[in-house]
Design a protein around this ligand. Sequence first.
Ligand code: COA
Ligand code: AMP
Length: 625
Amino acid sequence: MADYDDVFQASVDNPEAFWLKAAESIDWHVAPTRALDASNPPFYRWFPDGELNVCHNALDRHVEGGRGEQAALVYDSPVTGSQRTYTYAQLRDEVAVFAGVLAAQGVGRGDRVVIYMPMVPEAVVAMLACARIGAVHSVVFGGFAPKELAVRIDDAAPTVIVSASCGIEGQRVIAYKPLLDKAIELAEHKPSACVILQRPQAEAEMGPNDIDWATAAADATPADCVPVKATDPLYILYTSGTTGKPKGVVRDSGGHAVALNWSMPSVYAVGPGETIFTASDVGWVVGHSYIVYAPLLVGATSVLYEGKPVGTPDAGQFWRVVQEHKVKSLFTAPTAFRAIKKEDPRGEYAQKYDLSSLEYLFLAGERLDPETLRWAQELLEIPVIDHWWQTETGWPIVANPAGIELLPVKPGSPTVPLPGWDVQVLDAAGRPVEAGTDGAIVVKLPMPPGALPTLWNDDERFVSSYMSAFPGYYLTGDGGRIDAQGYVYVMGRTDDVINVAGHRLSTGGMEEVLASHPDVAECAVIGVADPMKGQIPRGFVVLKSGVERDGDELRAELVQLVREQIGAVASLKDVAVVAALPKTRSGKILRKTMRGIADGLDEPVPGTIENAAVLDDLRPVLRKS
Ligand code: COA
Ligand code: AMP
């Protein structure tokens, strides 16, 4: 087998040949004759003359190829005490029926469908059903509040919304239908219908535009796969930017299928008939790529887990899943391991289960702290692989390519750039820095297949957010360095995006909510280090002059406001009322300085601050975290 250097070099020397070769592992309706269309930079398109259907590649071709009776999806739900296995043939049939349900509601090629669902197999069925008929899905994470859902509904303008009566968070049953109804009320765009999956834990009251999933499925005519252009959108996934308005990351059909299909054996070492357990949520990119599309594209078995790593019923659930479903690769966020470690520091649960099938642990979504890496390595005695990627990229940029060659691990580094990713570090003037020097991490264009071609209905924002800071490069928004051996170190975001328990959130969005409170004159939200969640947001508000409020009551109102407007997932629990915020001479709030002090780092150069005395008052409040 080739080693990493050979494979990487092949992708650099001749990307056209490299990706056309990778494309041969996909079934095409019309096979592409060329890989990259670079005629309109920075809008690069992959496989411009290819046509395919992604659902066919994920399901039908495996049934036709003899995998019909193999497990495609294993639903494992400790919170409901249930499990269900779908073979490839069963999943194809369910998807075809649900595609018929959508088609009967007038959903056709290019139409959008918003999916707002908990971690149930029907969420996967709905996604693949969209792909089957050429519709574009947009899955919204269930932890977002109605207002966030409404913003996404208005941007995507879906024909139909698919949802469920409830989700389950530990012991709590969360009714989804009232949240959905509220979102539709808030949104200007109204879908023509909502298809609702009734769950026994809390049945939803149905309205005139609501259709019961089971009833509709019983009457539906199964729909066939519709070929689409490789460049047609497969999905839109909204992700946090620096403002409250999320970015609609577009994923194309052909490039995405080729890249994910390539990544599964090469990075995650999972091939046909093997099992991957990705403990994330279908609402995030990790869930899209490695719960749904990549495992199914290669004919593997994917575990869909409804629950947390700890709590209901205990901290041994990941190990039980590994044993029961013979998982080869486990993929989650470092925060899940910190949660397990807190409950079970000596790893006693892990010893109760047979983990002999488990060959690799993959961690991503946030920086992997060396202590969590060490704990996981000692507990499992298998390679623990940190890897770095983003919603925008769809698959890892930097990883230890386990399926090609396992490279030595350096704590703090997700290892090396994967084929197709020309990762560089630039200084503020756009000059490459010396090895080992910190700067902005960028990717030289073009990016490989699978990376976002644009933002939904917003080419301008695509260019201004990612392509303008350093022309010819994609701005990742992360800062870090590359060492002399080519290992990449990702140190954290350089913008207002934070990662809370592996969930990407915008502090700017939270500030917009706090600022909307009638008593608040100005505010700042910063991400501070948290031993469990990696980062958590902290808010600081200055009250309008003349306002006199009980501090505790106001803080509770502000925390509740963010919960209502963004969702519980924002995890904003701490808001301090302060006299003033530190600012530059031009009036910009010094959030970076505040973050630095909260994290115990160096203090700022006083000359740059307009109101330096403010920092003296703030220091004890900031250091409290
Ligand atoms: N629907 C409704 N509410 C949700 C939700 C959903 N889908 N997901 C999370 N929430 C709520 C939680 O119940 C919690 O509410 P609370 O403030 O009332 O307790 C809040 O949002 C914050 O959630 P979270 O940050 O996930 O904290 P947690 O304490 O519930 O769980 C972990 C912490 C670490 C166990 C959990 O985040 C985890 O397992 N993360 C790792 C896996 C992962 O999802 N990674 C994502 C990308 S790879
Ligand atoms: P998301 O788009 O939700 O996947 O979040 C992407 C962001 O998460 C990146 O820009 C990084 O800031 C962070 N991230 C993801 N994986 C890693 C990693 N392995 N190491 C450090 N940061 C990471």
